[in-house]
Design a protein around this ligand. Sequence first.
Ligand code: HEM
Ligand SMILES: [Cu+2]
Length: 598
Amino acid sequence: MAVVQRVAHETATHHHEPTSFWRKYVFSLDHKVIGIQYLATSFLLALLGGLLAMGIRLALGWPGQRWPLLGALFPSAFPNGVISQGFYLNLVTMHGTIMIFFVLSTALTGGFGNYLIPLQIGARDMAFPLLNALSYWLFPIALIPLLATYFVPGGGPVSGWTAYAPLSAVPQAAPGSGAGQTLWLISLAILIVAFLFGSLNYITTVLQLRARGMSMMRLPLTVWAMFITAIISLLSFPVLLAAAIMLLFDRHAGTSFFLPAGAVIGGRVIEAGGGDPLLWQHLFWFLGHPEVYILILPAMGMVSDIIANNARKPIFGYPVMVLSVAAIALLSFLVWGHHMFVSGMHPMLGTAFMITTLIIAVPSAIKTFNWLATLWGGKIRFTPQMLFAIGFVSLFVTGGLTGLVLGNPAVDMYFHDTYFVVAHFHFVMGSASLFAIFAGLYHWFPKMFGRMLDERLGRLHFWLALPATYATFFPMHFAGIAGMVRRIYSTELYGFLGGLEGLNRFVSIAAFVMFAAHMVFVVNVVYSLVRGRRASENPWRATTLEWSVPSPPPHGNWGDREVEVHRWAYDYSVPGAPDDFVPQHVPAEVGVTARARS
Ligand code: HEM
Ligand SMILES: [Cu+2]
């Protein structure tokens, strides 16, 4: 313990409060500034990713329609005002890439992870503040090649966020397979390095810089989730980094890791041989499946804490909650083959992947039951963050159930690459994680900026967004059942999709409403930053350490105070305690009947 304290002190004295504007707000080493930078950048990209999605819905809702204004603005993407097939594929690719890697990954771990880990464990900063700043600055640097794809011959990449070979491996495969694809790979490689720097920092910080008394089993679930997420990031992202570099070699150095012999592309036999496009799928999904948990575990952690705080009850089954996060993390490395059931794998292997996949449902269901048990009998406060946290649980369950359907190879043969899968992952990952991010923003915004968000606007945001989200993604299941394949740019291409025009138009309109609903949040942020009520130290009457310092917390977080922790993070409604919550730093004698957690 003494060692931990000393290290904590050294990092504190190590970087003094900077005075210049640049060092304070731009090239800052403070984990709070870096966290907010990550959140703000992700937020801007969410707007861009959302606009791209609106483009997708424009094409699918009104196939063949002319949009003269768009044609005038973007003549190559909308020749004669009609969206081109190539640009549609680019929209899908960039939307997926941006949302998964540049919005959800960065906001959850880079944003909330950075802001919350040191504050919630009682540290003054991350273990390696300089590495932390470097990790953030690689993020905008990675954006440069990504956005540059629009200004190179052939335009942006078209091979999807999964970049399957050979479309992504052979430069002449499609217009966007040229320089655009190369830049996409470079961008991703840079961003992965940022994630690795971040993960190293989070793991070391949680292990080394916890305050006195903050044992692992007293950590808030948010920190547990961030910690385990960092471990799986550190183990899975290097595989994608290696794969991306191998793909760059295939494209520019004459190797053929992913190129089979004798492949004919554009009527010509390509000069390559010996490789296998399936290798890309294996390497991609070995990261790809853990990646989807990298996007959901931090969300689960934050939601757990928000639900306990707003139900005014201890989280139900804390040790089991920790164990199930660990179990999900472990299993996430053993299921990647469920994305490849139709790749011609041996049925025995398919069965093995089916079994591991379905087992993941067990810890997921345990978490869900524990959230419900926490809500049960609670004195629930329906704050905006609570609404979004409950929305998260609803969306996660809706999407998780179709995961069970898809996990069966016999069923997945039919559903693979249809809108049924699109519906599945937009519920379980896309929307659920987004709702958790909003829950987190409503909850921690007062701490970050010292101002309260407007609650009425928050509730309006939720009650517009939840129905619009269901209306957008639920009908996609039916489109998938009817055979609508993903990444198709028009339902007019095949006769059997003819009956789906109405459904697609409905989905598109719902999607526009959803986009508008989230704009309410933008209005709320702008309004509240200027006009919002000043936030007190602990407006939510919460137990975790960050609520024991001013909002926003000063540089170094704790001033001269030696942080000491005396209890777990969930002493809500403790019988005999003077208040309905006992913060973690309050000595054990207060509320003596508190269940003593070690
Ligand atoms: C009960 C747990 C789950 C099961 C059994 C499950 C099962 C599956 C299966 C079998 C597929 C492949 C479908 C296909 O390509 O034909 C799939 C796709 C997908 N799942 Fe899940 N899943 C579960 C939870 C999750 C979670 C928690 C997330 C994210 C947080 C997620 C995100 C995705 C994504 C992004 C895809 C599509 C990837 C793509 O092809 O672009 N799933 N899921
Ligand atoms: Cu998966």
